[in-house]
Design a protein around this ligand. Structure first.
Ligand SMILES: Cc1ncc(COP(=O)(O)O)c(C=O)c1O
Length: 366
């Protein structure tokens, strides 16, 4: 059965209607004032709801208590977990949330093919490929690293989907290769939509504004108010979305990103780059000082993908106390951060702390 793109467009609660709305949104954006005039919350919310979005998957992942983990860490705060490890598309995780906005934009621009990049085992590249295929779009991936003889984990899914893979030796070569691939495809008459690394731009990051709203509804149902959210950060889109959500919904929750690879200053820079146009689009003040973004770069150890003693201990603790699996690249290091904060008494025992599991579990099958 052929899946019509409009089917997706009609179910999304935020995209809510159809391409007609998208046209309206474009006109609306053109009318936005040049000078920064902060709007009231209702107007900003109305703007947010008009941003094109697809409904791709089972959102509203559960928020659960982690009482046994808390008990294992003496005088720890009340711990909760947001289970984006339960998101569809084989643990699409934080990447799938971004796809709802990225793919809506690709369709709005009438793209026929999407091009993106990442490492050989990139969660983002694999989820982009799955979402593109689901919508009937072609997909080209620029991946750095050695092509494995036996495809496994994320790379296996890329291969099974039959998307075109362009291998490059290093991270540094990815952007120029993406440009080259895009130009080549355009010459062949394709309409290309390039998705930046991690879909962490001012479009994909709206997935985490929506996620923030989802969390607010859940905390109300649970009768708690989170004091801090701890999660894995890398290309900065998850952080940009949560920080924008915090401003849109006027909350004071602390947003603490634990770096999986880069120094704090770099990740703050990536997040700010996405945040400013997002805030502008919502009519919110765009002046954000770097010091307002908390990025902890003390837990990635020797580097990306290399486990640390603390990340191994965190993985073991989550598994044994709560039966929750972590991936070694992202969530294990974020969990190591969380455990460290609990032990160093960064939080009060009465605080409510949300650990946001961002997915990545296919790494267990590499
Ligand atoms: C499982 C997982 N968690 C966290 C992150 C970091 O998210 P972001 O790139 O939005 O900072 C990634 C990014 O690749 C990821 O795959």
């Amino acid at each position: 059965m052929e899946i019509k793109r409009r089917d997706f467009l009609s179910v999304g609660f935020a995209l809510s209607a159809s391409l007609a709305l998208v046209e309206k949104t474009a006109a609306f954006n053109q009318r936005s004032p040049k000078k920064e005039t902060p709007m009231n919350t209702r107007d900003s919310l109305a703007r947010f709801k008009k941003i094109p979005r697809l409904s791709l998957v089972n959102l509203s992942t559960p928020i659960e208590r982690c009482d046994r983990l808390r008990k294992a860490l003496s005088a720890a705060p009340r711990l909760f977990i947001k289970r984006d490890d339960c998101l569809g598309y084989l643990v699409g995780g934080n990447k799938l949330r971004k796809m709802e906005y990225v793919m809506a934009e690709a369709l709005r621009r009438k793209a026929t093919v999407v091009v993106t990049s990442g490492g050989i085992q990139s969660n983002h590249a694999r989820v982009t490929a799955m979402a593109a295929r689901r919508l009937g779009l072609d997909c080209h991936l620029v991946l750095n690293g050695e092509i494995p003889r036996e495809p496994r984990a994320n790379f296996r899914i890329d291969s099974l989907l039959g998307v075109t893979i362009h291998a490059v030796a290093t991270r540094a070569e990815r952007i120029s290769k993406m440009d080259e691939v895009a130009r080549e495809l355009e010459k062949r008459g394709e309409r290309v939509y390039v998705v930046p690394l991690g879909a962490s731009d001012e479009i994909g990051s709206f997935g985490f504004v929506a996620a923030f709203e989802e969390m607010l509804a859940q905390q109300k149902r649970l009768g708690v108010s989170f004091d801090a959210i701890v999660f894995s950060t890398s290309s900065g889109g998850t952080q940009a979305g949560l920080e924008t959500g915090k401003r849109l919904f006027r909350r004071s929750v602390k947003i603490i990103g634990v770096s999986a690879d880069d120094p704090s200053e770099s990740i703050r820079g990536y997040a700010l780059k996405a945040m400013k146009p997002m805030l502008k689009k919502l009519g919110l003040p765009t002046t954000v000082d770097e010091s307002e973004l908390e990025v902890d770069d003390k837990h990635f150890g020797e580097g990306y993908r290399i486990p640390t003693e603390q990340s191994k201990e965190a993985t073991e603790l989550f598994r044994q106390t709560e039966g929750i699996l972590l991936d070694p690249v992202y969530t294990a290091k974020a969990a190591a951060g969380l455990i460290d904060y609990c032990r160093r008494k960064k939080f009060r025992p009465t605080d409510n702390i949300l650990f946001w599991h961002t997915g990545g579990l296919l790494a267990l099958f590499e």
